[in-house]
Design a protein around this ligand. Structure first.
Ligand code: ADP
Length: 515
């Protein structure tokens, strides 16, 4: 039997991406399809999403009874027609909205996509969560409550021809979906749900004053409902109401049972312990494969590693770095406290002092941008930084860097270390969350067994990270060992096959329970 699953998320590649969530949501449909689950993805209709969806529809033909228009009028006639709506809400928590349909990959048989077209909430200049200056939209609670309400309606059967066995909600933006399904289901139809936590640091916590606008009954206002410390907790609500909770690595699933990582929600995680699982993310090997990656200069496999050198030279040139025999460290990251990059800034002089170079790509905190910039200014030719979001450059850096630095204070799963492993860019990681689960430290035993794939360190401090950098430089200067580490990483299986099977079996379990 094919299961029908509605995946609800605020971002998914290739439509809209600010971080790893988008990679995972974009890859899940294919991952679970192989195990009998047909997944439909629901996204908010941000301008980028609507534009990409419109492009899936053929240009509108000129009206049959009129001569073919020229100039401007011709462009308008040939512009994508956009999909016809498959559902309307006259009032979705107070605003009109429509539902559009397409596919995730743009092919007619690709994984189904639904887009909530609600211009009042989602069509605006800026990012999915905030304006161009990085300030959160003031009405985010209302935006994502309406999104969740729409998801619950769809899951409950509001749209003719669409039925779902289960809802998979991702992060706080979809946190109210399980709450609507439990406290205000569409026509009383019960649908089981999973709440996946991609990052406990983002919880969607708002004041109690928003509660009346959510359209939930009063019994949802309780510690077992949406109430959280006197306000409304979106992620908390989802964790409370979902049939099961997952997070994105086994180590993170254990860590969030403690106050340090649970960030206030550890009690809830512990109390729902038998319902919490850690399922490690995979990577989309059609997008991230050095053998045929269209973004990189020289293609290679673990068998043809020397070809990688051309990619390293290309990165050196692109970043204006010296070319020499020493290692080139890279960083591809959101520039935030979570990622430990303030500690990396403290280590820059040490890194350069032992003959290494550093290329950074990222966006984020102004203070970190300034500190990294100061490091680059102190060490021209040795340290360089690119501020911005550039997917193709991220690929080129993984293909050309020798080692990727990920000194995160916490990391639910992390994808950049997985891309590093797949590309022979050795990950140097803090021992936390998914980083601990996916990188095998180059200790003597692991090197002896040929199993080492990277460097792990404990303690995101100057001492911890600078020692890890030194250890990596030493390993780099032992070419046989280094090459063996690169090969072990590249040969590892980080595809979705195992995790796709695990999700599909969880869906089956929950659906069977509900029957
Ligand atoms: P998080 O989701 O916490 O940001 P992950 O490691 O799970 O961290 O995922 C980050 C994703 O975003 C990866 O696909 C990474 O390549 C990408 N990424 C982060 N910053 C940039 C950037 N400045 N330019 C391009 N890609 C980036």
């Amino acid at each position: 039997m094919t299961l029908s699953v509605l995946s609800v998320a605020s971002e998914a590649v290739p439509f809209i991406k600010t971080g790893g969530l988008a990679d995972v949501v974009g890859a899940l449909p294919a991952a679970v399809a192989a195990h009998g689950a047909r997944m439909t993805t629901l996204l908010p209709g941000y301008p980028a999403v609507l534009a990409r969806l419109a492009a899936q529809y053929p240009a509108a033909p000129p009206p049959a009874n009129k001569p073919k228009a020229r100039g401007k009028a011709k462009i308008a006639a040939d512009a994508p027609a956009g999909p016809p709506p498959i559902h309307h809400w006259a009032s979705l928590l107070g605003v009109p909205a429509r539902l559009l349909a397409g596919t995730l990959d743009g092919t007619p048989d690709g994984p189904p996509l639904l887009v909530l077209d609600c211009p009042a909430l989602f069509v605006r200049d800026g990012g999915p969560y905030g304006d161009a200056a990085g300030c959160d939209w003031a009405d985010n609670a209302r935006r994502f409550a309406a999104f969740a309400r729409a998801a619950a309606d769809i899951a409950g059967g509001a749209v003719a021809g669409l039925t779902f066995d289960l809802v998979h909600a991702h992060d706080w933006q979809a946190g109210l979906v399980p709450a609507y399904l439990r406290f205000a289901p569409y026509q009383g139809r019960h649908v089981p749900s999973i709440m996946t936590i991609h990052n406990m640091a983002f919880q969607g916590h708002y004041g109690a004053d928003i509660f009346p606008a959510l359209g939930l009954p009063l019994d949802a206002w309780s510690m077992h409902g949406v109430e959280y410390h006197g306000g409304v907790g979106f992620l908390k609500a989802g964790m409370e109401a979902a049939s099961a909770i997952t997070t994105v690595s086994p180590t993170y699933a254990a860590e969030i049972r403690t106050p340090h990582y649970g960030m206030g929600l550890e009690g809830l995680i512990v109390s729902r312990g038998h319902r919490v699982r850690g399922i490690v993310n995979g990577i989309d090997t059609t997008e991230w494969n050095p053998e045929d990656d269209s973004a990189i200069a020289a293609h290679y496999t673990w068998r043809t590693l020397p070809k990688r050198a051309a990619n390293k030279r290309a990165i050196e040139t692109e970043f204006g770095l010296d070319s020499d025999d020493g290692p080139l460290f890279i960083v591809v990251s959101r520039l935030t406290w979570q990622k430990g990059l303030d500690v990396l800034c403290e280590c820059i002089d040490h890194l350069v002092g032992i003959g290494a170079r550093l290329a950074v790509l990222g966006t984020g905190d102004a203070a970190l941008v300034a500190e990294l910039g100061a490091g680059a200014a102190r060490h021209p030719g040795r340290v360089a930084i690119r501020i911005g979001y550039d997917e193709a450059l991220a690929h080129r850096m993984q293909a050309g860097g020798d080692a990727i630095l990920i000194p995160s204070r916490f990391e639910p799963c992390g994808l950049t270390q997985l891309y590093g492993l797949a590309y022979g860019c050795v990950p140097v990681v803090a021992r936390t969350g998914g980083l601990a689960d996916t990188v095998i430290d180059a200790n003597i035993a692991a090197i002896g067994l040929g199993a080492a794939t990277g460097v792990q360190f404990s303690g995101v401090t100057y001492a911890g990270l600078s020692q890890a950098i030194s250890r990596t430089v030493d390993l780099y200067h032992r070419p046989d060992t280094w090459r063996a580490m690169q090969k072990s990483g590249m040969k590892s299986d980080f595809s979705w096959s195992q995790s796709g099977a695990t999700y599909a079996s969880l869906y089956n379990e929950l659906i069977t329970e509900t029957l």
